[in-house]
Design a protein around this ligand. Structure first.
Ligand code: ADP
Ligand code: MG
Ligand code: MG
Length: 212
């Protein structure tokens, strides 16, 4: 495991960009089934831009500063529903972390919860509406539970990532009640939500880069 400092945050975003690019076609196919087939493209554009921005300037000095810059880039480049939602998530995570140099277990759990709360505040989706909230909420709960049972920061991220993965899979039978997929009504059932899947990927690399 490595300290979850600004360097780690930069590494996380690099890996997020890599895994989003690698899964671009898959995310497009998921969105083709219940949306407008652009989630992979939107996310790839946003995370590529976030990496380009981080690589171009002087690296921000705290994890929060990294995440705030990422938030701004996502908001201005992703478009669609996911841009403001992920932008708000990263911004709230940054605000939660404040000027901390390193993210400990409680801060790791707190930043995930803050991200989830931002997504809910912005998009007003509830659990079971078949959105990215169905990955973020189990991740938040698992991270809190792991923290309470004495897990370290990397174990907290691993618990969150596993719960997000299960949550994304569990969106498959659901009928969408928010976002574009809700236009399909019952025909949205039988497909995984693309935003829940991208959330699982991004949290998975958070855990992996933390060594968990
Ligand atoms: P768009 O739907 O505008 O084309 P994307 O395809 O990039 O945007 O993102 C779609 C994803 O956004 C969905 O799979 C879902 O996870 C998420 N989403 C849409 N609306 C909401 C909402 N109100 N709350 C939370 N997540 C939402
Ligand atoms: Mg779409
Ligand atoms: Mg779209």
């Amino acid at each position: 495991t490595q300290p979850l400092d600004a360097r780690w945050a930069v590494l996380w975003i690099h890996e997020a960009a890599r895994v989003v690019a690698e899964n671009r076609a898959r995310l497009i196919e998921l969105d083709r089934a219940i949306g407008d087939a652009d989630h992979g493209e939107n996310m790839d554009r946003g995370f590529s831009a976030a990496v380009a921005k981080l690589d171009a300037g002087e690296a921000p000095g705290t994890p929060a500063a990294v995440l705030k810059q990422v938030a701004m880039t996502l908001m201005s480049t992703v478009g669609g529903a996911a841009g403001p939602l992920y932008g708000t998530a990263f911004l709230r995570a940054a605000t939660f972390l404040g000027d901390a140099e390193e993210i400990d277990a409680a801060a790791a759990a707190g930043m995930i919860g803050a991200a989830r709360d931002g997504i809910v505040a912005r998009g007003k989706a509830e659990s079971g509406d078949k959105t990215m909230v169905d990955a973020w909420t189990p991740a938040t709960d698992a991270a809190a539970t792991a923290t309470q049972s004495g897990a370290n920061a990397s174990e907290v991220l691993a618990a969150a990532a596993a719960a997000a993965r299960d949550g994304a899979v569990a969106t498959e039978p659901l009928i969408a009640r928010k976002g574009r997929a809700s236009y399909l009504g019952e025909r949205s059932a039988g497909h995984r939500d693309p935003g829940a899947e991208s959330t699982a990927l991004i949290l998975q690399v958070a855990a992996e880069t933390a060594g968990g």
